[in-house]
Design a protein. Structure first.
Length: 210
């Protein structure tokens, strides 16, 4: 230790690159150089840690944003797909949704070629199908109200206008659901029951994949 106001004796540092025997360096000057360097390195380290924490926090926020965006946009996307689907789920029957339901229920569905003849009491033309050895005619109305207007004058046991003889070749199975009436001609009670269950389960709803 040197007294206050006294200068520290110089050190001799060997310089191997310049091949000099040694360099004389003032000890106090060397001490302040080392102290300044240590403080500089400490500041750099603290700054890097601070930036790392902020980046970590920011990256966490950024990671959360896409999930929120996807969640908020999924409903409109699903709605758009439902509206642009060739067979949209609207809560009302269409021929395509009926065919899909019958296929899901295990029926082999074959659409008959040509136009089916109109039936007495029904104001819409039917679509005819072959289900194995059975015959199916489907009447799809634009609304339940339009269907109810026709049904008011039809005997559901004979699927014909009230007071008139049945116009069907065999006793019909009458099935009604929403805006649809299906008339099945079959000699198989099991197939009649399967068809009834498939249709009375209801038309595909907008929020259902059924």
């Amino acid at each position: 230790m040197t007294g206050e106001g006294e200068s520290s004796p110089p050190f001799c540092i060997r310089d191997y690159q310049s091949h000099h025997s040694c360099q004389r360096v003032d000890a106090s000057h060397l001490y302040w150089q080392m102290t300044a360097r240590t403080l500089f390195l400490l500041c750099v380290s603290v700054g890097a840690c601070g930036r790392g924490s902020r980046q970590s926090s920011d990256s966490g926020s950024v990671r959360d944003l896409p999930a929120q965006s996807i969640a908020s946009s999924s409903a409109p996307a699903a709605s758009t797909r439902a509206n642009t689907s060739p067979c949209p789920r609207t809560g009302r029957w269409a021929l395509c949704s009926l065919e899909k339901r019958l296929q899901q229920s295990g029926f082999v569905v074959k659409r008959d070629s040509g136009d089916a003849p109109r039936r007495a009491g029904f104001t819409v033309a039917p679509a005819a199908y072959t289900l194995g050895h059975s015959h199916l005619e489907v009447f799809v109305y634009p609304s339940e109200a339009a269907l109810a207007k026709d049904i008011a004058s039809i005997d559901t046991l004979t699927a014909s206008p009230r007071g008139r003889p049945s116009s069907w070749e065999t006793p019909p199975t009458f099935v009604r659901s929403a805006n649809l009436v299906a008339i099945l001609l079959t000699d198989s009670p099991v197939q009649a029951e399967r068809l009834t269950l498939a249709i009375t389960a209801g038309a595909p709803q907008p929020d259902s994949g059924r």
